[in-house]
Design a protein around this ligand. Structure first.
Ligand code: MG
Length: 419
């Protein structure tokens, strides 16, 4: 019996804060599949298009997951990274989660035709206690991204088609394009407003009709100047979102809500500390426009608290949970299914991350749209090389897997793990 079948599913469900998706029992082992090798490296990643600008020492993890499956004469290799905004997870990957994957004698799905990332997620969580989500969920999500890449490649499908089929969802033919917006607008150390305006103009000229910029780290008066400069560069009103990066306490959030209310923003994101539900609920009472939250909540248990105590409104507010940071896609699906059951529409979900993986997820799951980071967090974030949105909507690569192979610099980084 494979090790994962011996795993105590109930204790794994308790650790992740919900119920893990069950895999049908395979009647006969058509073919076994396992992970033969996992390579991992931490690397610096910049919030700016110009990586010489300071980025607070931000890092991420990249992984290459070598399967024992051969397609077209070559081993299938899945690639993943830790999304953006959290630091590299090398220690947790090396010491806990990669060894558990490597120990699995069989990760084939019920059909025997591909890997089963749900089974892999249960294997990675074996023995983990409830709560204390910390950043172990990011380490698991990093490997989970590579597992989905490998699984879709084994099936010979782009991830969004593989995922839709795995979840019993239909994909429109020809596939619908996905609404996207450009994330960016970080503070520049010098000439901030002028450089921000140039950045927004560049994004607009690159096909992005909607953009998100940062606020909250400067006095409100300065942030209002940033907002005005950005709005002037966009073609239509209501296309600018602002992200306060969890900066405001109760009083500052009230002042910001009052100042931002007349500006017709697309949304007001990450108002206060992610767990300060009292301040968030107070803001939702005072600020009529859409509020976006959930980017820094990484488990179903925390998502339930946000829904119960954050005062968010199902008719307008936005949920930003990052599928990589929430224990990977299996954890994200738990959050989506719970909140949908609680009355949230799928159009409210706009996953954080800004890279191809989240675009596949949003397309397959029929979510509202997704962030794209076309300039910052390179070369891992953004669309495939040469791809630009049309009328604010992006098309996904049809290459098998996530399609990092369509991004030359990102692919070279992943391949360097194997040297
Ligand atoms: Mg944010």
């Amino acid at each position: 019996m494979a090790a994962w079948r011996r795993a105590d599913s109930a204790s794994i469900d308790r650790a992740i804060g919900g119920k893990s998706r069950r895999t049908p029992t395979r009647e006969a082992s058509v073919s076994r599949m396992r992970i033969a090798d996992i390579r991992e490296r931490s690397l610096a990643i910049s919030r700016h298009g110009d990586p010489s600008l300071p980025s607070g020492g931000l890092t991420t993890s990249i992984v290459a997951l070598v399967t024992d499956v051969v397609r077209s004469g070559a081993r299938v290799i899945g690639y993943g990274f830790a999304s953006i905004g959290r630091y590299a997870q090398g220690g947790l990957i090396r010491e806990r989660f990669a060894p558990r994957l490597l120990a699995m004698s069989d990760l084939a799905d019920a059909s025997g035709n591909s890997l089963d990332p749900f089974c892999a997620a249960r294997a990675m969580l074996a023995g983990e206690k409830p709560g204390g989500h910390g950043e172990r969920c990011v380490a698991i999500g990093t490997l989970d991204m590579a597992l989905w890449d490998a699984a879709a490649k084994i099936a010979g499908l782009p991830l969004y088609r593989f995922l839709a089929a795995r979840l019993g969802r239909k994909v429109a033919e020809p596939p619908a394009t996905l609404p996207v917006y450009a994330g960016g607008g970080y503070y520049y150390p010098r000439d901030d407003v002028a450089r921000l305006a140039d950045e927004i103009a560049r994004l607009r000229d690159g096909g992005y009709t909607r953009v998100k910029i940062k606020i909250g780290s400067a006095p409100l008066k300065e942030d209002l100047r940033r907002i005005e400069a950005a709005q002037r560069r966009l073609d239509a009103p209501g296309c600018l979102a602002v992200d306060a990066m969890n900066a405001y306490g109760p009083e500052a959030s009230r002042a910001a809500a009052e100042a931002l209310a007349p500006l017709g923003l697309w949304w007001f994101e990450d108002v206060c500390d992610p767990l300060d539900f009292a301040t968030l609920a107070d803001t939702a009472l005072r600020y009529e426009g859409p509020i976006a939250a959930g980017e820094a909540l990484f488990s179903l248990a925390e998502a339930k608290l946000l829904d119960r105590h954050g005062g968010l409104r199902r008719d307008r507010d936005i949920l930003l949970f990052d599928p990589v940071h929430c224990y990977g896609l299996p954890g994200y699906l738990q959050i989506l299914e719970y909140l949908e059951g609680a009355g949230w529409p799928r159009r409210a979900f706009w996953p954080h991350g800004g890279h191809l993986f989240t675009l596949h997820v949003a397309t397959a799951l029929g979510l509202g749209g997704a962030e794209v980071n076309p300039l910052c967090f390179q070369p891992l974030a953004g669309l495939g090389d040469g791809e630009t949105p049309r009328n604010g909507r992006a098309t996904l690569p049809e290459a098998p897997g996530i399609g990092f192979e369509t991004k030359a610099e990102a692919f070279a980084l992943f391949r360097s793990l194997l040297e």
